[in-house]
Ligand binder design. Sequence first.
Ligand code: SF4
Length: 416
Amino acid sequence: MTMALPVIRERGQREVFCGLTGIVWLHRKLQDAFFLVVGSRTCAHLIQSAAGVMIFAEPRFATAILGERDLAGLADCDEELDRVVGQLLARRPDIRTLFLVGSCPSEVIKLDLSRAAQRLSERNSPRVRVLSYSGSGIETTFTQGEDACLAALVPEMPNAAPSDPPTLLVAGALADVVEDQFARLLSDIGIEHFAFFPGRRARELPAIGPNTRVILAQPFLGDTLRALVRRGAIAVSSVFPFGVEGTTSWLLAAARALGVADAAVHAAVEAPSRRATTAIARYRARLAGKRVFFFPDSQLEIPLARFLARECGVELIEVGTPYLDRVCVTPDLALLPETAVISEGQDVDRQLDRCLASNPDLVVCGLGLANPLEARGIRTKWSIELVFSPIHGYEQAGDLAELFVRPLDRLERLAV
Ligand code: SF4
């Protein structure tokens, strides 16, 4: 498909989180997995502060800090890592899948984590599977950590038998409540065979093969999608299930891929989509005509901008995304209004200049940019909240619209 909208490409200084952030939601989803960040005190600090709530439970993530004394030799680092992993697994028999997560420090980059994972897997087989991926800020932004984690799981998925019936695989970590809602909808539509990836247990991976039809639930999973296609799965292209239009289109695409008639989808979604339309209408009046500027952060920007423009009447000034993966977002991109500027990557100073010159009503951005913009009287929405909140599907459509209304309401309350 050709793309009508021109794209500004920038490769300058960025203001985004690294891929370690994904651990915050992945550890909640994969209840039998543990994430061991091999990194520095900075990494430990990021993870602890981003996931501060974990004081209530035995955490399922930690940081192995390879201190200066390990710089003497890589053999030392390997030994140190083996020792830390040995201690961890002895203390935590509930861990069935252990992810070694790479980071930025040069001593970590020099370590061959995939070889270490293989060695530790063999040593602890069959009780624990050890895998590795990179969450380094040099290689990944924010949500790319989930992509790297899921892509590392794909080779572990069992082969589907050629005689297996066509199965829908929904890829992307979803809050359990959203997963349950989608499971009910897919059943109501008449799709009998479906699975979620990741499910709640990293150990119980769905089978994959030429009978698998994979549909993404998150727009930042390009590498995972490509890895699934290499295993024989057929990719289903769709807009993402945000808002009524997005959710209905997504379900229609899934149903068509499984040979289920559109009429079955329309019948099943009639009531929930009506409820969602009513829920959004409450906020549409507050959002219509508001001018919104997206800084690149989570790769959710393009589908969310489509929802805001088409279902909430928002005027899009610029929609920035850290990486424009056309395999994933072309259907959403095609629905954006022609007046929106699309930008990929970042040169933060130039983008800030464009943002300030455009005098937006609302800016969606990372935490680092929110404070300086608020200080200038510009309302901001933290993009991290959009990743941490359940926003998919009909039942969340009103909440999604409300997330953008809240900062505007705050402005009015302050003005009273
Ligand atoms: S950017 Fe690098 S050093 Fe900083 S927290 Fe992320 S992985 Fe660690």
